[in-house]
Structures are given as structure tokens and as C-alpha cells.
Design a protein around this ligand. Structure first.
Ligand SMILES: [Zn+2]
Length: 201
């Protein structure tokens, strides 16, 4: 459901969605609630979060035909966001699988990139990135442990606020680069390799 819509006039449209599948929305709800009017300078921000739904991986081709998948496609069609952020959480025991350097060979997508304190960043599912969004749109997945420590929540929210307060890719990259220079380079490398000439996210 739509939790909050912030409108600061002309500028990019941003959509953040938590509760994409399973019980993730129970974890993403509180971090999302920490975003407020002051975090957006220009443009719009729509904050969505959903309760429990069936767990289907977003890499599964059937996800976007599922009830939640269709909801997400409708939200994207409605707002046509320039900046789209999917908020996920993961079980700590899956950490190694998510950051595995051979993830591309094993499941067909690049590994997630750790910012710090188990907060991970990547692009979104290839179907969404290449078939629904335009190349110049910005698509980011943020993951934190489903039972996060305070420090993880802090990083997660800080990155959300960076994105909420930025108007374009260069601004987001510049701000992230201050604390996470090697991670930004990795994101650029993975997107270029995996999606064929795509920008970092
Ligand atoms: Zn997820």
C-alpha cells in the first residue's frame, strides 16, 4: 500500500517499494517510515510497503505474473518513475550466496555489492531492468538482514535518503562514492558487463 507521497514540484519521480515478497515488508516498513518531507528537495517520492505475500523470487519469470508482481508493474506504469528502488531483506545465512562472485554463472545475475554492515546493493531483476524500465532510468535494489542490527538500518536509511535527495544518477553516484568508492566502481562494472553497456544502476 502507498504509505506516503511527497511532492516538491518539478523534478524526478521516485518510487520506493518494500514488501516485494514473503515477509520482507515486516522488516522494510520501519526504515521506510524514517523518510520524510525534508528528505526530498525536488520532484516526487512515493513510498510503498506491502505485508506478507507468497515468496517468489523476482528472478523467477512467474513473479511478474503473480499478484504482487502485477502490483509492482502497475505502480511502475502509473508513476513512470525516473528512480526506482526495491527494498528487500535477506536471511543472514544467505549472505554468502548473495555476494558470491560466481552468482552470475549460478543464477544468471551479478553478485550483490556490500556497502557496509550487511547492507547490500544491486540493480533490479533483469526483466524489470531491461523490459519495463528505460536504460536511463535508475533502478536500485537495497537489501538488509531481515533481523537487522541498528547499524544496518542506519546505512539502509542513509542510502535511501541519498537517493530521495538526489535528482539524477551523477548525484547519487557522487554521494555514494564519498563512503563507498570501490562499491560504485563495482556496480558500474557489473551493470556494463551484465546488461551490456548499462550504467551502474
Ligand atoms: Zn527479496
Amino acid at each position: 500500500m502507498l504509505l506516503k507521497a511527497i511532492d516538491k514540484g518539478t523534478g524526478p519521480t521516485r518510487v520506493f517499494i518494500g514488501g516485494v515478497h514473503g515477509k520482507e515488508g515486516l522488516t522494510t516498513l520501519n526504515p521506510i517510515k524514517l523518510l520524510n518531507e525534508d528528505d526530498v528537495k525536488d520532484g516526487k517520492l512515493f513510498l510503498y510497503n506491502y505485508g506478507e505475500s507468497k515468496y517468489i523470487s523476482t528472478l523467477d519469470p512467474f513473479y511478474y505474473q503473480s499478484t504482487m508482481g502485477e502490483k509492482i508493474l502497475n505502480i511502475v506504469k502509473t508513476h513512470k518513475p525516473d528512480i526506482y528502488v526495491e527494498l528487500h531483506c535477506y536471511k543472514l545465512e544467505s549472505y554468502h550466496k548473495l555476494v558470491d562472485m560466481e552468482r552470475k554463472e549460478k543464477v544468471g545475475v551479478p553478485p550483490l555489492i556490500e556497502l557496509e554492515y550487511n547492507v547490500l546493493l544491486s540493480s533490479v531483476a533483469p526483466y524489470l531492468r531491461t523490459k519495463v524500465f528505460r536504460k536511463n532510468d535508475i533502478c536500485i535494489t537495497l537489501e538488509l538482514p531481515c533481523k537487522p542490527e541498528k547499524k544496518s538500518v542506519g546505512v539502509y536509511v542513509e542510502v535511501m535518503k541519498i537517493i530521495a535527495g538526489s535528482n539524477n544518477r551523477a548525484e547519487i553516484e557522487d554521494k555514494l562514492r564519498v563512503k563507498y568508492p570501490s562499491q560504485v566502481i563495482k556496480a558500474q562494472k557489473y551493470a556494463a558487463e551484465f546488461f551490456g553497456g548499462y550504467p551502474a544502476f
